[in-house]
Design a protein around this ligand. Sequence first.
Ligand code: SF4
Length: 343
Amino acid sequence: MKKFILDATKDSLNEWAKDNGLPSFRAAQIYTWISKGIIDPDQMTNIPKDLKTRLSQDFDMNGMTVVTELRSKLDGTTKYVYKMSDGNIVETVVMRYKTGLSVCISSQAGCKMGCSFCASAKLGFGRNLTCGEMLGQVILSQKLMGEKIRTVVVMGIGEPFDNYDELLKFLSVANDPEGLGLGARHITVSTCGLIPKIKEFTELKSQVNLAISLHAPNDELRKELMPVASAYGISELIDACKEYVRKTGRRITFEYSLLDGVNDTLACADDLIRLLKGMNCHVNLIAANEFPGSPYRRSGKKRIEVFMNRLVSGGINATLRREMGTDIMAACGQLRRGMEENK
Ligand code: SF4
């Protein structure tokens, strides 16, 4: 099987150029084109015809195509559905903020983690995405929007730390000035709490932001919502987060989706205060997004307000995330994977 062109690194293109008796500046030209989202050789205007033919012979130049584009009438959020060459389909969401465009990308086709409030878990796991397929979501979305993407969040379908090696490759190219050229602080990775990988990530001392999908303040409730909690207890998870903050000097974010009558009580807020008090962290509250077949309802406005106020008065830095793209099923927890026939 041919390698997807976006999985070609600077080094591997140099190697390929050398093997084909080409000067290294040709590899640099190709890398510049693909970093700009131009993966059709015919559009690579400074490349000779025979080299375009050789590129197409040696690489998969159509590894990802957009099959659906949905734009929210509420806020302009855009959801792209991308099809990979093996038929797997993932979703990518572009949101507009005052600071510019932000893209939420998927790291896997499907997810093994099985969180009960998340649509992405419902269709099971397909496979890990390659670094090129993660880059492709940014590059192609940027091209389709006709505007530079300013921030990237790896919070779409999948658990990024379950695809750790490809994730690290992606972060390196995303951060490379000759790649996507995004500052590390403009990139956020979210995990449901795979502690060994949190520890590895801590040791990298990366400036990339880390977010933890917490969603419950104690083991009992967390196990109900997130199977991963049976493998990794909450106190060990919080210890790993404290270690991350201590070693990197970075603030950590906790994502907390509010489910009506489940995790939005004042007792839960108090447990959360006890858990996080004193840590350099931010709690991102999310009015849980409903999807067909979900057993949960979102918390009402009043309950959310009371919960948030309790956290803030308990000394926790907490805000409510602005909802985006709910009318096109593009909000947190609403993304789904598919195969070609499901689109
Ligand atoms: S919340 Fe994240 S980790 Fe949990 S099932 Fe959904 S995509 Fe997977």
